[in-house]
Design a protein around this ligand. Structure first.
Ligand SMILES: NC(=O)c1ccc[n+]([C@@H]2O[C@H](COP(=O)([O-])OP(=O)(O)OC[C@H]3O[C@@H](n4cnc5c(N)ncnc54)[C@H](OP(=O)(O)O)[C@@H]3O)[C@@H](O)[C@H]2O)c1
Length: 355
């Protein structure tokens, strides 16, 4: 195996933490001696061992003189729950470190590498860097823009309609696509909707997968009017402590103060979510809110479940969005497509820059 193959293995190990590591990055590590992997590790949850330490601790033989591969630069800062990995690698006698990406966290960003090199450890970085960036797209965007990564999930017809003119939208896609949404929810920290979707659909926004025991995602409602139905599931069910409301006008019923925040706009909502260390948010909203997020250039990824059916008159996914020139139309890049039951999944990063 060569450097690329070992780094690919770190990507696989990193993915094991998908859904549980937030707000930390996805990180995997392998320790290689005489060309063979002697230990592996994954970062699974905040406060838990970093992948490099998990690998060192899993090693059944001495790691002195070995090479450590990790998809992300080892950390060097001390103001967190776990001790810095770079110092530990020095102490353990690791000879060489090979990584994919630098850590954009300003407290690390090259300093982990510098510390290793200062202690005579050979460092190679940039191996499969674009793939590493994609793996950690959420963490990297949150670090760089200091806001959560927004992922819009929609179910629509062939002609891009999310609901009938009456607002009826349940269900446009089949049972397999709807089951897949629960897998997606489990990967996110929060699910966000607007007041109109709450009033219309009364969704639960929970992960309902047999055997699922991890924490439920936060359920977030944004409203300008503050007029929400107190009887809605989000305010009454057993997970109501996981419901947050962001409202421009005062909320029309009493709800715990720590879960209700007055805001002026969407940027305020995102700033508060980020302050709460929520960095990965799935939007399950309707066209008005989806259009607003796109207009504000805040949409980072979109996943469309497209049903091969026609609705005709109805609400388009981005009904409230206008482009002045074709060259300015937002588009998806880095696209993944596959069939989920009878519906097609199309997912990609949203680009708003001119073509
Ligand atoms: N097919 C699908 O995948 C899908 C998914 C979700 C929803 N839907 C359908 O979509 C329809 C609802 O669409 P919609 O776009 O009106 O839905 P929405 O998700 O409720 O978003 C609009 C609402 O969000 C709130 N809002 C918007 N901008 C805001 C801001 N800057 N600050 C604070 N609050 C803000 C407002 O709530 P207030 O009115 O409370 O002020 C507004 O009415 C329903 O028919 C629903 O069934 C379809």
């Amino acid at each position: 195996m060569n450097d690329e193959a070992f780094i690919r293995r770190t990507f696989e190990l990193a993915r094991r933490g998908l859904g549980t590591t937030w707000p930390n990055p996805l990180v995997g590590a392998v320790i290689v001696k005489d060309g063979r992997i002697i230990a592996e590790g994954s970062h699974m949850r905040p406060g838990g061992p970093h992948a490099e330490l998990a690998a060192i601790e899993a090693a059944q033989e001495s790691v002195v003189g070995s090479t450590l591969y990790a998809n992300l630069e080892p950390c060097s800062h001390t103001n967190k729950l776990t001790p810095p990995c770079a110092q530990r690698l020095v102490k353990e006698g690791i000879r060489k470190v090979v990584i994919s990406n630098l850590d954009p966290n300003p407290q690390v960003n090259g300093q982990g590498i510098a510390l290793l090199q200062a202690h005579g450890i050979e460092v190679v970085h940039g191996i499969l860097a674009p793939e590493g960036e994609k793996l950690n797209e959420v963490f990297f965007l949150a670090q760089r823009e200091q806001r959560p990564f927004l992922h819009l999930k929609v179910a629509a017809s062939l002609d891009g309609k999310m609901s009938l003119p009456s607002g009826e939208s349940q269900w446009i896609t089949g049972p397999e696509a709807r089951a897949h949404v629960h897998e997606l929810r489990a990967q996110h920290q929060a699910i966000l909707i607007g007041g109109q979707t709450l009033r219309r659909d009364n969704p639960r926004l929970t992960v309902r997968i047999p055997g699922y025991t991890a924490a439920q995602p936060w359920r977030v409602v944004v409203t300008r009017s503050g007029g929400l139905p107190e009887a809605a599931s989000l305010f009454q069910d057993e997970h109501r402590a996981r419901t947050l409301v962001y409202t421009v006008a005062p909320l029309n019923f009493p709800f715990p103060e720590t879960q209700v925040t007055r805001v002026r706009n969407l940027r305020d909502v995102l700033a508060d979510l980020f302050r709460r260390k929520i960095i990965y948010v799935m939007l399950e909203c309707g066209p008005a809110l989806a259009s607003e997020v796109l207009r504000e250039k805040l949409l980072d990824r979109m996943t469309l479940f497209q049903s091969p059916t026609v609705i005709g008159q109805g609400q388009g996914i981005f009904n409230d969005f206008t482009v002045e020139e074709l060259s300015l139309r937002p588009r998806l890049t880095d696209i993944e497509t596959r069939w989920i039951g009878g519906d097609q999944l199309i997912s990609g990063r949203v680009l708003c820059s001119p073509v």
